[in-house]
Ligand binder design. Structure first.
Ligand code: SAH
Ligand code: SF4
Ligand code: F3S
Length: 447
């Protein structure tokens, strides 16, 4: 590798928000070790991929990248695979891509500085693989957040739910929470730096369990932590994702009712509307229990925007099961649904089931589902026309001469403003919605 004055790295991130935020911490750690981040593989001495393994397609991406850039190994570039594919495949990655020098799962990122030293010393196969053993969370003072106004805080890592289709319990280790004191200290520090929006993260953010009483003398529940972050001076918006229906208590809605900074949006993945499929998926709740949680949200003081994830084509899903999922979409009235075709994954219990629904049929169900949801969104988004909503300014679309804003509901609201209004990204303004689309709103600045 190049000498110290030229230690450079390139990092590409795949997958969910947890990965995006891990990458911010990895970048911070590398920079504190004297590395400089560069925007292209060509410029970098060390090339890192923070990978996702949730579906087969996601996993294939990293192997495609690795084979595309293999030729650079001879020029001295070194390659590292981080994240969920790293933890899942482990040392097998060295067999499949022999030009890779480092394989490190998310539970081992605290060992990165020492792993980097080994790579610099010319070691060929450096690993950090922690097989569901660790109790520790990756806390670092060196987080390189990419947005100066809103930032993530991981409050709980890993997953113990073991849904039949899912790799996460195998790639992210066991469920472990940070202390609420440490989360609040980070939130205060971010507020001091000028952040106004915080998003609390976890695979199941609401399964949070405070491990320690700290100076407050009391362990906080998730709803209490949410409320405490919401009253940190300077914080104007708090979001949280992803919630698991089984652990979703009414106290979360009470907190949203009581603390105005808690955003009126809940992402609550349902996966299927059929009890038979939910049971086979080992999701730990019934359709009725899920809908009970939705009824709490609908009874909240502020209208809460609800979004979800759905899998189609899980082994054994019949037309009747699928029809129940469609009916559930109508009943809930989601503002967005992320839809996925079932993808069999290594280590998971459902791998033993025959993946009997042909890809073509999965695609058909996906299209039917998306079309139904589009109709629902057309109706739901129309209701905002004429309303004035507060948005955080996210940026400007010069081509359209529009500002890009985000509502507390997490909707995109693009808007026009007089030429003279000097808006700044990160500021909050009121916008009147004048037009609606299936995925966004259009409006005018209220002056
Ligand atoms: N912890 C969250 C979800 C994390 S994964 C929860 O429990 O809701 C994000 C989404 O990917 C899941 O909600 C699910 O819809 C989808 N997903 C996970 N495994 C999948 C698989 N094997 N095939 C297709 N979609 C999958
Ligand atoms: Fe995967 Fe289920 Fe855990 Fe979510 S709760 S991460 S879907 S195992
Ligand atoms: Fe993917 Fe790992 Fe997130 S599998 S979705 S990057 S937890």
């Amino acid at each position: 590798m190049a000498d110290d004055s030229q230690k450079t790295f390139y990092l590409e991130t795949f997958g969910c928000q947890m990965n995006a935020h891990d990458s911010e911490k990895v970048v911070g750690t590398l920079v504190s070790e004297g590395y400089r981040q560069v925007p292209t593989v060509e410029e970098a001495g060390l090339v890192l991929y923070n990978t996702c393994s949730i579906r087969d397609k996601a996993e294939q991406k990293v192997f495609n990248r690795l084979s595309d850039y293999k030729k650079f190994y001879k020029q001295g570039k070194r390659f590292g695979v981080l994240g969920c594919v790293a933890q899942q495949e482990g040392e097998k990655i060295f067999e499949r891509a022999p030009h890779v020098s480092m394989v490190c799962g998310s539970a081992s990122y605290r060992d990165l500085p020492q792993m980097l030293i080994q790579i610099e010393a010319g070691k060929q196969r450096v690993t950090g693989l922690d097989d569901r053993e660790t109790d520790e969370c990756f806390e670092t003072e060196f987080t390189a957040r990419t947005n100066p106004h809103r930032g993530y805080i991981t409050i709980i890592e890993g997953c113990d739910k073991f849904c039949a289709y899912c790799v996460v319990p195998f790639t992210r280790g066991k469920e472990r929470s940070r202390t609420s004191e440490s989360v609040l200290a980070e939130a205060r520090q971010m507020a001091d730096l000028g952040y106004t929006e915080i998003q609390l993260l976890g695979q199941n953010v609401n399964s949070y369990k405070d491990p320690d009483c700290g100076s407050s003398g009391k362990k906080r529940t998730f709803a209490e932590l949410l409320a405490a972050v919401g009253v940190v001076p300077g914080i104007r918006r708090v979001r949280f994702t992803t919630s698991h229906p089984r652990d979703f208590g009414r106290d979360i809605i009470d907190a949203i009712d009581a603390v105005p900074t808690l955003c009126d949006h809940v992402h609550l993945p349902v996966q299927s509307g059929s009890d038979r499929v939910l049971n086979a998926m080992q999701r730990l709740y019934t359709r009725e229990q899920y809908l009970e949680r939705i009824s709490w949200m609908k009874a909240a003081r502020r209208p809460i925007s609800i979004t979800s994830d759905v899998i189609v084509g899980f082994p054994g899903e019949t037309e009747e099961d699928f029809a129940q999922t469609l009916a559930l979409l109508d009943e809930v009235g989601y503002d967005a649904v992320f839809t996925f075709k079932y993808s069999p994954r290594p280590n998971t219990p459902s791998l033993a089931l025959e993946d009997a629904i042909p890809d073509q049929e999965k695609s058909r169900r996906l299209e039917v589902l998306m079309a139904r949801q589009r109709e629902i969104q057309i109706t739901r988004y129309k209701k905002y026309i004429g309303e004035t909503l507060e948005v955080m300014v996210e940026g400007r679309n010069e081509a359209r001469k529009q500002w890009i804003g985000r509502t507390s509901h997490n909707k995109t609201l693009n808007f026009s403003a007089p030429e003279t209004s000097a808006l700044q990204p990160g500021s909050y303004v009121n916008v009147r919605a004048t037009q609606s689309f299936p995925n966004s709103l259009l409006g005018e600045l209220v002056v």
